[in-house]
Design a binder for this molecule. Structure first.
Ligand code: GLA
Length: 408
């Protein structure tokens, strides 16, 4: 259980819960005096480096961040689930025994998907009411969806006193997103949100989901996310397309190199890839080169973080962006503009597009003192060029999803 750092959010949520879901004085008293409500805080995530490597069983360095979804709720004695989202100003209700995809209310599918996983895996749960709030922007590429999924998983674990390992939570939430919501994502988002640790980044090997913590010991710096506000219209289809191209690369390369077991692009070295280059279609070669070199960059970035060498880390981030732009072809004009212009500002240590691409956000590591200057310079330039204003989100590595005790 966590020490309460977010009193105001939860006080507001508790009051909202009482207002929305409790009727009689007696019931209100029970909730407030016995402090039975389950309060969950669930972070977003950033990816420092290692893009499009998760589904290729490669490497990434990520962090949970101090922007959160807040959940408060309690059992309602029935078999229906009732949810109110203060952030969206919307609500939904469904029966546990009848969990079906909701075409008109997309956000509720993340909750439904997770519950369906728990029900199908035999966990004993019953109905509850829940209110949700957030200071984690949706659609900025900082994983509000994984944050909600893992938050709901933790909520029902606490509410029904279930014993579920973190690894299992990651697997079930990932399955909910792939099999219920229908987004073919890798494990990066759910894993980072679940395992986050304050002041640390997470070095992940997706081959076995093993991970280790590296101190974010670049104390004078913070992580600045800049949301291009470009809608990621193509992200879904193109994302799945890239996954298929990577599978094709593995199929072709393992057909050429028969004497070695090649199960993913992360089994391939740069040398091996150059040996087979002439036998691969150019596009497939480029996709494979991105993954192979990105894994190398993650290892280099790990060294930089351990040494506190933020300058070198910045150069690696820029290289990653070039590879995502030229080899993986997932960048856009807006993202390229942000990376280029950020690179001109003193005190900015590199930048690159973050997440799937085709819009969304850029991540940069910047000196704490210059965030306002960046917001001013980039904000004005971006407005002039694109007639739009990006969002700036300053963040630091935070703890993963957990329960908060209400101490009022
Ligand atoms: C999206 C997916 C992740 C990962 C990234 C690209 O954010 O949800 O699983 O594949 O794209 O690195």
């Amino acid at each position: 259980m966590k020490k309460l750092e977010h009193d105001n959010h939860f006080k507001k949520l508790q009051n909202m819960y009482i207002e929305k879901f409790t009727e009689g004085e007696k019931e209100r008293k029970f909730i407030t005096e016995k402090k039975e409500l389950v309060n969950i805080i669930s972070p977003g995530r950033v990816n420092i480096i290692g893009e499009h490597t998760d589904y290729n069983l490669g490497l990434s360095i990520t962090a949970a961040i101090n922007k959160y979804i807040f959940i408060t709720g309690y059992k309602n004695g029935s078999d229906s689930i009732e949810v109110y989202s203060e952030y969206l100003g919307d609500s939904g209700k469904f029966l546990l025994k009848d969990i079906t995809f909701d075409k008109s209310k997309h956000w509720i599918n993340y909750i439904k998907g997770v519950l369906k996983e728990y029900v199908e895996n035999g966990y004993k749960i019953s109905g509850f009411n829940m209110v949700i709030d957030s200071n984690l922007p949706i659609g900025a590429g900082i994983s509000s969806s994984a944050s909600l999924e893992v938050g709901v998983a933790k909520f029902i674990e606490e509410l029904f006193d279930l014993r579920v390992s973190k690894k299992r939570i990651v697997e079930m939430c990932n399955s909910a997103e792939n099999n219920f919501v229908g987004v073919n994502c890798g494990f990066m988002d759910q894993l980072s949100v679940t395992y986050g640790k304050k002041d640390y980044v997470i070095f992940i090997n997706f081959k076995d989901l093993s991970h280790e913590y590296i101190p974010f010991n670049i104390k004078g710096e913070l992580i600045l996310i800049i949301n291009s506000r470009e809608e990621r219209n193509l992200a879904h289809t193109e994302y799945n397309e890239r996954r298929k191209e990577c599978d094709e690369a593995v199929r072709l390369i393992s057909g050429i190199i028969k004497e070695r077991d090649i199960n993913s692009l992360s089994d391939i070295s740069r040398e091996l890839l150059s040996e087979v280059k002439d036998k691969l279609p150019d596009k497939i070669f480029k996709r494979a080169r991105h993954v192979v070199t990105e894994n190398e960059r993650v290892l280099l970035a790990k060294e930089c973080l351990l040494d506190g060498d933020v300058k070198k880390l910045g150069i690696i981030l820029l290289d990653s962006h070039e590879s995502l732009k030229n080899d993986y072809e997932v960048s856009t004009d807006r993202l390229d503009y942000l990376v280029r212009e950020l690179g001109k500002i003193n005190g900015v240590h590199g930048a690159r597009l973050m997440g799937a691409g085709f819009g969304g956000s850029v991540i940069s590591i910047v000196e704490k003192g210059i965030a306002n200057e960046i917001i001013d310079i980039i904000g004005r330039g971006f407005l002039k060029k694109f007639n739009d204003t990006p969002d700036f989100i300053e963040c630091l590595p935070s703890d993963g999803t957990g329960r908060v005790l209400f101490m009022d």
